[in-house]
Design a protein around this ligand. Structure first.
Ligand SMILES: CC(C)(COP(=O)(O)OP(=O)(O)OC[C@H]1O[C@@H](n2cnc3c(N)ncnc32)[C@H](O)[C@@H]1OP(=O)(O)O)[C@@H](O)C(=O)NCCC(=O)NCCS
Length: 196
């Protein structure tokens, strides 16, 4: 069982052997912006590409609220997990967002720079985020969504115990046309029954 307490003191925990994971700091934002400059990373993201000011305005308050939570040694409302290798190089991020007005329901999202793809890191990150939601945050439901064309993303969810709960046709703009939105979810009882 993972001991998450170092995260709440601003420290890191080991992840997948020699990787490490911490809650987002101001110093992590630049690496996130560099990742979001990669066109391949943005292909299936509805919020990217965007001017860096948009990213700074989004992540700045998250960093502020994370710092405030850590001063009180508690989880932030929207934990963003940053993964780095043993040389401190940025490997990826996994975000947990509390769904507004739905206490106990959390949304999971993950983005990796292309150099990190295909190593199982997003799957392990999604599984760890699910564990945080259900064992640390008191969540009763985890949800995630993606473009139907984003096979890597929905495979991550399926390998993490999420079930496909719906499809919204032509929801996302994609290139010159549209793509469907796949809705995935896992309840607390499904999590408890899984071996994850
Ligand atoms: C989607 C993403 C997070 C996957 O990360 P990853 O670390 O490569 O994923 P994993 O290595 O854990 O792979 C999970 C599964 O997806 C499969 N997969 C990953 N990318 C794939 C692709 N492009 N096409 C088909 N399958 C793919 C893997 O083979 C694996 O399945 P398997 O074990 O059955 O072979 C990564 O490609 C990414 O960051 N993309 C850009 C941002 C993004 O789209 N985020 C999701 C938004 S909803």
């Amino acid at each position: 069982m993972t001991d998450f307490t170092p995260l709440l003191s601003g420290g890191s925990i080991r992840f997948m052997g020699d990787l490490q994971l911490n809650l987002i700091t101001r110093a992590d934002v630049e690496d996130i912006i560099i990742m979001l400059d990669e066109p391949e990373v943005c292909e299936y993201l509805f919020f990217a590409p965007a001017p860096r000011s948009v990213y700074e305005e989004y992540f700045g308050p998250i960093v502020d609220l994370t710092e405030e939570a850590l001063r009180e040694q508690r989880w932030p409302d929207n934990p963003v997990l940053i993964i780095r290798d043993s040389q401190q190089a940025f490997v990826g991020m996994v975000g947990i967002v509390g769904v507004m007005f739905q206490q106990g329901t959390y949304e999971v999202g993950y983005q990796m720079p292309t150099r990190s793809w295909g190593k199982g890191i997003a799957t392990a990150g999604c599984q760890l985020a699910s564990r945080i939601i259900f064992t640390e945050l008191g969540g009763h439901k985890a949800v995630a969504d993606c473009f139907a064309g984003n096979i890597g993303s929905y495979r991550v969810m399926e390998k993490s115990g999420y079930r496909r709960e719906g499809i919204q046709k032509d929801y996302f703009r994609h290139g010159e046309g549209f793509d469907d939105r796949l809705l995935y979810g896992m309840t607390k009882s499904e999590f408890d029954a899984s071996a994850l």
